[in-house]
Design a protein around this ligand. Structure first.
Ligand SMILES: Nc1ncnc2c1ncn2[C@@H]1O[C@H](COP(=O)(O)OP(=O)(O)OP(=O)(O)O)[C@@H](O)[C@H]1O
Length: 272
């Protein structure tokens, strides 16, 4: 069943004008409007994600992937478009309080930059506890035992729970972000560049952990990456973005084996 229905997601940085959408995109090879100098980070991005499905969004740096992720995670406002979550209506249209509730209870986000996802001056356990507290958990013993369970599930050493997150390795910090993202059993998890900045062997372990959790928990997931090999490993379906627009969409295997768009072929060639 469809969990998320995103329709026409558009984000323009700047004043915007009537020419912005018609003068930018892959056919013009630019995302900056020549009339008003605004940046069209993404435009008319539409897709659905079903329960338990992983949708990958791939594209080179600046193609607009993070903008889509930030809109979905309710971290940024969209200029236009809707994101309908089953049972909650268009969450982009919700007021501030409602957006907070939805973000705390129904969404999980793994940020590209650790500073956006974790408070490094808190303990690792404290970071995860904060997410539980924001969803209404109150009992100290219950919170501690839930955090311990989440550390075990994401393979973060439980005996490091009370150490400052600053002292964790990059891979551990990424895992704590995953623990935090899944803490409240969200319906949707958004991962922005889940492996960037990690050593190759650490990347593989983080991806393995995430794949196992995703299978067990049947959660709708959007994974954003410039790295097609990450998306190939995780995603059932893939969207390819360029200059803020979707240039190709399909089942991951089909897109990998028979890419229709020249840009997708270039991306695939870069990982072969
Ligand atoms: N706050 C901002 N103000 C102005 N332009 C922005 C802002 N944030 C992003 N952009 C621009 O929007 C476009 C899309 O950026 P976005 O971060 O969504 O792309 P991306 O594909 O995720 O790239 P990366 O992988 O490098 O993060 C880029 O041209 C970027 O410079």
């Amino acid at each position: 069943m469809t969990f998320l229905d995103a329709d026409g997601l558009t984000k323009v940085y700047g004043e915007g004008c009537s020419a912005c959408l018609a003068t930018t995109g892959p056919e013009y090879d630019r995302n900056r409007c020549p009339e008003c100098d605004s940046v069209v980070a993404c435009a008319d991005v539409s897709f659905e994600v079903r329960d338990g499905e992983v949708l990958g969004i791939v594209g080179e740096s600046g193609s607009g992937k993070s903008s889509v992720a930030e809109i979905l995670a309710l971290d940024a406002d969209a200029t236009a478009g809707t994101a309908t979550i089953r049972g909650h209506g268009d969450v982009l249209d919700a007021d501030y309080q409602r957006r907070r509730e939805i973000r705390d209870e129904h969404l999980g986000m793994v940020h590209q930059h650790v500073h956006d996802g974790l408070n490094l001056s808190f303990t690792g356990g404290g970071n995860v506890a904060e997410k539980l507290l924001s969803a209404g958990w109150r009992h100290y013993g219950d919170i501690r035992s839930r955090v311990r369970g989440l550390f075990e599930e994401t393979e973060v050493p439980v005996d490091r729970m009370d150490d400052s997150a600053e002292t964790y390795s990059g891979g551990m910090q990424r895992r704590v972000q995953i623990a935090k993202a899944i803490a409240n059993d969200p319906g949707l998890v958004v991962l922005d560049e889940p492996t960037t900045g990690l050593d190759v062997s650490v990347q593989a372990r983080v991806l393995d952990t995430f794949r196992r959790l995703q299978r067990e928990q049947d959660v709708a997931t959007v994974v954003v990456s410039h790295d097609l090999s990450v998306v190939r490993l995780l995603a059932d379906r893939v969207l390819v973005m360029r200059q803020g627009r979707i240039v190709e969409a399909g089942l991951t295997d089909r897109v990998m084996e028979d890419p229709h768009h020249e840009y997708t072929q270039t991306l695939i060639n870069s990982i072969i």
